[in-house]
Write a protein that binds this ligand. Structure first.
Ligand SMILES: [Zn+2]
Length: 494
């Protein structure tokens, strides 16, 4: 979530609802009663208990259900359900899960999964969600999309999101890329927000907290990455004055507090660990809400393609970096990279728009103001800082639009309608994203699937799919003349 909007709304919330404990408990009470519709735009409640029963019930998204089928996603997922969903999907479809190495402040292990690809080095795509705690539905959307892909693979079907359809072959194509994903990057912040309904953005690390100020707990994880993290020295003083909160903050009470050092937080170290471990990851998407946009690099300044020396590593520009009005600094991106990221962003947005005709936009991440320490920029900067590392194109998806009807004033808590729409929009957006990146490639040939994990059934299924895929390819490739040659060959004519 971009912070200009964030703070505008936060102040609006503050104006109508103060943040002392009594008011927070009022909000909590209202939330726990929120199973009942509020006006004509009820906020979707967070689920209670575990609808997936520890993994015994398998999640299924909207993309594999018949178009027009009424399916009521009556509540969003709580933390336990996110964990159970991952567990159930892994068991049902036979993929590997992992536990990232760094536990959160509250001692929670962060889990993820790896689907498609099949070879140890074949993971080219990385998805994360829910780094910002209050952006409800982010983890859900990713998990339902993964569910769709796996269900379609298993049952030989395609996917449908509104009027947009994808074939079974499309599903196999995107799965062949190999996807690593973490649905819940920030479990501590998420849990706190679900329990208290305080529109919480950060994690819950109290290391810099100020006694008596509960808002000073936590770090904004999307300002904690090692990309121009040291904003007081790396950005113009002007931008620090005009956008003191959006850029990043040294104030622990700020929602944009960037922590004590780059990667001071276990949650961001977990994301880095994936990029370090799966070194062929080429495409990274971080899923946020709710600006109705998809963002491409860079986020610190406007792009330029003519002066490679004008870049984030060059201290000459520290005094002017980020000052969009002065425009004395723009961040370098090669013309081919710019063309690539724009095209992929545009395709992703097309998928999201097609689903419900809502006005999603493709934008450069800098938008109206610069940011420091964000994950998408960090991913894209890695190979420039260390040329031995793989190039990673980083994107941010801002699904959905503000909910101005929530009684607590938190616009990130989606309405029932908003939640349903987003599940489909994110599904179509991610399908288009994956299909687009297969066109742009991975820097080297993608390995064919090496077999799925999870027992004989899945191995047999994998072989069947491969044969089917091969026959499908053959059918397309065989033109009239080739067909004649094959017939000739079969008749022993060669
Ligand atoms: Zn966000």
């Amino acid at each position: 979530m971009r912070l200009l909007t964030f703070f505008g709304l936060l102040y609006l919330v503050a104006a109508v609802k103060c943040c002392d404990d009594s008011q927070q408990s009022t909000s909590k009470l209202r939330r726990s009663d929120s199973q009942a519709p509020i006006g004509s735009h009820p906020t979707i409640p967070v689920g209670k208990g575990d609808r997936f029963q520890g993994g015994r019930i398998i999640p299924r998204g909207l993309g594999t259900r018949l178009n027009g089928t009424s399916f009521n996603l009556h509540s969003s997922l709580n933390r336990k359900e996110i964990e159970s969903a991952l567990k159930g999907l892994a068991k049902e479809y036979g993929f590997e899960t992992f536990t990232a190495p760094y536990q959160t402040y509250n001692g929670v292990s962060v889990g993820g999964g790896k689907i498609g690809g099949g070879c140890p080095d074949a993971y080219r795509i990385f998805f994360t969600a829910q780094i910002h705690a209050q952006e409800r539905g982010a983890a859900d959307n990713l998990l339902y999309f993964i569910s769709d892909l796996l269900y379609a693979r298993e049952h030989g079907t395609g996917l449908t999101y509104g009027p947009r359809t994808y074939t079974h072959k499309d599903v196999l194509k995107v799965l062949s890329t190999g996807i690593v994903f973490i649905p819940l990057v920030n479990p501590d912040g998420f849990e706190w927000d679900v329990q208290n309904n305080v529109c919480w953005r950060k994690n819950r690390n109290p290391v810099s907290s100020i006694p008596g100020n509960p808002r000073s707990i936590g770090v904004d994880l999307n300002r904690n990455y090692d990309f121009l993290w040291d904003f007081p020295n790396k950005f113009s003083h002007e931008v620090q004055k005009t956008n003191p909160l959006a850029l990043a903050s040294n104030d622990p009470a700020s929602p944009a507090f960037h922590g004590l050092s780059p990667f001071s937080e276990p949650e961001t170290r977990n994301v880095k660990w994936i990029m370090d471990t799966y070194r062929k990851v080429r495409w990274y998407m971080d899923i946020h809400s709710n600006l109705g946009s998809v963002l491409y690099s860079w986020g610190d300044a406007r792009n330029q393609v003519t002066r490679p020396s004008m870049n984030f590593r060059n201290p000459t520009y520290n005094s002017v970096r980020g000052d969009l009005a002065l425009d004395a600094y723009r961040e370098y991106i090669s013309p081919s990279d710019l063309k690539t990221v724009r095209a992929v962003t545009r395709k992703t947005v097309e998928g999201m728009v097609a689903t419900h005709s809502r006005n999603y936009t493709a934008e450069q991440a800098v938008g109206l103001y610069p940011t420091s320490g964000s994950g998408d920029d960090y991913s894209f900067s890695r190979s420039q800082v260390n040329p031995r590392l793989n190039k990673v194109y980083g994107f941010t998806m801002e699904f959905g639009f503000h909910n101005y009807h929530d009684p607590s004033g938190c616009t990130w808590y989606p309405t029932v309608e908003e939640y349903h729409k987003s599940v489909a929009e994110v599904g179509a957006g991610l399908m288009e994203y994956l299909l687009a990146v297969t066109e742009f490639g991975f820097g080297d040939p993608v390995s064919r699937p090496c077999g799925f994990h999870g027992g004989l059934r899945h191995r047999v299924q994998a072989w069947k799919l491969r044969v089917k895929d091969y026959l499908g390819d053959l059918k397309i490739k065989v033109s009239g003349s080739r067909l004649s040659k094959i017939r000739l060959f079969l008749r022993g004519g060669f």
